[in-house]
Design a protein around this ligand. Structure first.
Ligand SMILES: *Cc1c(COP(=O)(O)O)cnc(C)c1O
Length: 369
């Protein structure tokens, strides 16, 4: 019997760096520096450097990172914020939680990222910001987005939760516009051992505001210049992340290596659409998403043959029950048809070449039959 192929093997990743991780956790416990430790500052500097940003603020999770970023921008209340129709709900949830209105823009046929022409169609006098998502680890067309934003005086947040290590025209994502947000949820390209997140920016003032908002608006222990909230990066998570960050670059390269194999060996199958990589970008391949009209059939076939897959995401955001009052459900035709056709293949830093071959063989078998 052939061994099954996991969608993502976090346990195997842990075993590959177990001693370092265990030591980092136990020294945090020994030092009892659980909140706001030196390790936090160390990780923030290291992550800012890796992502080529000036400032990094560690926060509680990737959703808080978006909420805090929106609040830091100090937009007029009840502003409209444009987000892509195909994303995880955190992107749109953060808009509503911050007292603003979600406006969905459709995604592009080629990249599945937010469609710049559709952003333009959704603009009104109340539009104040755009949140772009570098979905699956594939950078958005930031030149077009930033120039559109300049023209209409809009702020831009990059939700980079799936794009640690991704590059756009030679520059890592997260600080290509006003502010960038990251999640270190365990399954992300850089994952903590629980919830964690970060904000990046090159803007000194925004950095200060994010830091204040995430930590009770305090300058020091009992000196509060504003009301904020509590969303800080946990000390143990910072210690784990700092160790894992040293491997991130090789993990991103491994993901690209696997993606190249998939791209080379699945490209001749009629009816199967593969991710398109812009040669001016480095895709971080958090997810390797294929598209076919026979998605459900293919997923069942792979599952019967021991191959785990995922769907990101099975219901486009405007169609979610949570957005039942959203008026313009038909306005995102691409996202609305994509959700029944996309399938995420196993990819990760621990996936073996023979497992990649097994996935490729089974997909070829399926389409041959
Ligand atoms: C994971 C994710 C988030 C949310 O991050 P959490 O850390 O789980 O709060 C936000 N946006 C996108 C696109 C994500 O993939």
């Amino acid at each position: 019997m052939v061994k099954s192929v996991k969608f993502l093997d976090l346990h195997k990743q842990y075993l590959s760096i177990k001693d370092e991780i265990d030591n980092a956790i136990s020294s945090t416990i020994e030092s009892t520096s659980f909140v706001g430790s030196k390790t936090n500052q160390k990780f923030e500097c290291e992550f800012a450097e890796y992502q080529q940003a000036k400032h990094c603020i560690g926060v509680g999770n990737g959703t808080d990172a978006i909420e805090i970023s929106i609040e830091a921008l100090d937009l007029p209340s009840n502003s409209e914020i444009i987000v892509p129709a195909n994303s995880f709900i955190a992107t749109s949830e953060a808009v509503t939680r911050s007292g603003h209105n979600v406006i969905f823009a459709d995604v592009e046929e080629n990249s599945y990222n937010i469609c710049v022409a559709d952003i333009e169609k959704q603009l009104t006098s109340k539009t104040a910001a755009i949140i772009v998502v570098h979905l699956y680890g594939n950078p958005c067309n930031m030149n077009k987005i930033v120039s559109l934003a300049k023209k209409h005086n809009l702020r831009v947040i990059e939700d980079s939760s799936q794009a640690h290590g991704a590059e756009y025209h030679g520059q890592r994502v997260g600080a290509l516009a006003d502010i960038g947000t990251f999640s270190f949820y365990p399954g992300k390209n850089l994952g903590a051992f629980g919830d964690a997140g970060a904000i990046l920016t090159n803007d000194d003032n925004l950095s200060k505001r994010c830091r204040l908002i995430s930590n009770h608006g305090r300058l020091d222990k009992y000196n509060h210049v504003m009301e904020g909230r509590n969303s800080r990066l946990d000390g143990i998570q910072a210690a784990v992340l700092s160790k894992k960050l040293k491997y991130l670059e090789s993990w991103i390269q491994k993901r690209n290596f696997i993606a190249k194999k998939y791209l080379a060996e699945l490209s001749d199958i009629p009816g199967l659409i593969l991710p398109k990589v812009d040669p001016k970008t480095r895709h971080a391949f958090h997810l390797f998403v294929i598209r076919t009209k026979r998605r459900d059939e293919l997923q069942q076939y792979l599952s019967r043959n021991g191959i785990e897959t995922g769907i990101h995401y099975p219901v486009a955001l405007p169609k979610q029950e949570a957005y039942r009052d959203y008026k313009d459900i038909e306005s995102c035709p691409t996202a609305n048809s994509l959700d029944s056709e996309i399938l995420s293949l196993p990819i990760g830093d621990q996936l073996e070449t023979f497992e990649v071959k097994q996935v490729i063989n089974e997909i070829r078998n399926f389409f041959k039959a």
